[in-house]
Each structure stands twice: as C-alpha cells, then as structure tokens.
Design a binder for this molecule. Structure first.
Ligand code: ATP
Length: 238
C-alpha cells in the first residue's frame, strides 16, 4: 500500500511533452493526483487524455518534462517498473482475456504474491455477479460484467494508483453509475484514481478534482462543478 499521507501528490506530471513520431500530442502537461483522491481528466476526443495515461503507466516515453510518483522522479519509467510501483491501468476496451473464464482472468492477476483464492474472494465480494459467472468465458459476458472483471483484476494487484480510461465506453447508463459508485468506494479505501472520460457527467459526482484537457495541455483544474459549467459552455455548446 501507499506510504504517502493524504493529499500528498501520488502522481505528478510537470511540463510533460510526448509525441507520436514527429507529431507532438502532449505539449507541456501539468497534472497532480493527490493521495486517495479521484481526479477526472476531461475533454474532447484527441485532447491527449489517453496519451497522458500512457505516459504515467510507462507505456509511452515523454520527450521532456518530469513524471513523479509518490514524490520520486521516475521520468522514463518502463511499464514493468510502473506496475511494480503500484500503477495499474485499465485501458480503453477493458483488457480482459475473452477466451479465458472469469476465474482464469482473475488468476492471471496474481503477480503480487496474493493467493488465487484470496483474489477471487475479494472480487466476488465486491461484484457478486462475477461469482455466478466464475466459469463463464469473459468474452461472452456483458460489457458491464467485463468491466467489473477488469476492475477486479486490477484490484488483485493491490494498486496504489488506478488509471481508468473511458470506463463508461459502451455501457448502459445504469451500469456506468454502478461502476462509478465502486470507483468512489475504492478512493475511500485509499487508492488514488485518475480517470479519463469524454463524458464528464458520469464521473463528476465522485471526482474530487476535475482537469480539462485541450490540445495537449491541461487548461483548467478545479472543483468538478466549476469545470462542468465550463465544459458545457466551452465545447459542448450548452
Ligand atoms: P480519445 O478519447 O480519442 O482517446 P484522447 O484525449 O485520449 O482522445 P489521445 O488518444 O491521447 O487523445 O490522442 C491525442 C492525439 O494523438 C490525437 O490527435 C490522436 O490522433 C493522436 N494519436 C493517438 N495515438 C496515436 C498513434 N498511435 N499514432 C499517431 N497519433 C496518435
């Protein structure tokens, strides 16, 4: 678990730039995730939300700037190192193994020495639906059930920081709000969470802070309600 105090930054990006080949997509990102809080990264398609998550999880190198985890400069970290530091990402599209069963998917998460049975028990306690489906192939479940499974797999690694990219994608509104209730509980348990969402409304109720990302920069950080007002007037045309 994290040794950081509440409100101490767990993740910090300072002037982070990153590019796909010659095309720079992050143009100096400044962003802070305080310990045990939920930070919503909002903004339209193409603003750089996914790329920011990739830099934090070590999947994408930055070209300049600094990445700090729990106060340590870890710029240039690899994905393996990031996961050792407790950074766990759930990518867009969920990342479950479609042709493995629910249990097998959970077992694959046991990289941290936790027992299979323990991980299964924790997953079923949080999502009883998964217990009913334990021997079903993950690919044959509904989108919401797959998302429950991907969250359970992530939690099996005892993350310090959870990176969630478009959790709501392709899910019915009721399922989305159930998923975000769980995310709120995880934050209350001390996990720091950075969540990218194109559709702000679903995440703002559980977010402590919202950051608006446009054109490769975080252009505004504030309380969720303030940012929501700004979003509807700036680019949703409301
Ligand atoms: P989305 O919701 O679509 O994921 P986003 O805000 O997360 O949007 P990114 O996915 O980070 O934005 O993309 C930022 C920019 O980088 C976009 O203009 C996108 O076209 C470009 N981009 C993303 N991935 C690649 C890639 N593999 N190669 C080249 N350009 C890319």
């Amino acid at each position: 678990m994290s040794l950081t105090e509440p409100d101490e930054p767990v993740v910090e990006l300072l002037g982070v730039r990153a590019a796909y080949g010659a095309i720079e997509v992050l143009k100096g990102v400044d962003l802070t995730v305080p310990a045990g809080s939920v930070v919503a990264l909002l903004g339209p398609n193409g603003g750089g939300k996914t790329t920011t998550m990739k830099v934090v999880s070590g999947l994408m190198p930055s070209t300049s700037g600094e990445l700090r985890i729990s106060g340590r400069n870890v710029t240039g970290i690899t994905a393996t190192e990031a996961s050792r530091l407790g950074i766990c990402s759930i990518p867009e599209g969920r990342g479950v193994f479609a042709n493995l069963t629910v249990r097998e998917n959970l077992w694959v998460a046991t990289g941290t020495g936790r027992k299979r049975a323990e991980i299964e028990e924790a997953a079923y306690a949080r999502f009883p639906k998964l217990a009913e489906r334990r021997n079903q192939l993950a690919g044959s479940m509904s989108g919401g059930e797959q998302q429950m499974l991907s969250l359970s797999r992530a939690l099996g690694t005892d993350p310090v920081v959870l990176l969630l990219d478009e959790l709501s994608m392709g899910l019915a509104p009721m399922i989305v709000s159930q998923m975000y209730d769980i995310v709120g509980q995880l934050a209350a348990e001390g996990i720091s969470i950075l969540v990218a969402e194109q559709f702000a409304r679903v995440v703002l109720p559980i977010a402590d802070t919202a950051a608006l990302m446009l054109g490769g920069r975080v252009v505004r950080v504030g309380r969720p309600a303030e940012i929501e007002d700004e979003l509807s007037t700036t680019y949703l045309g409301g």
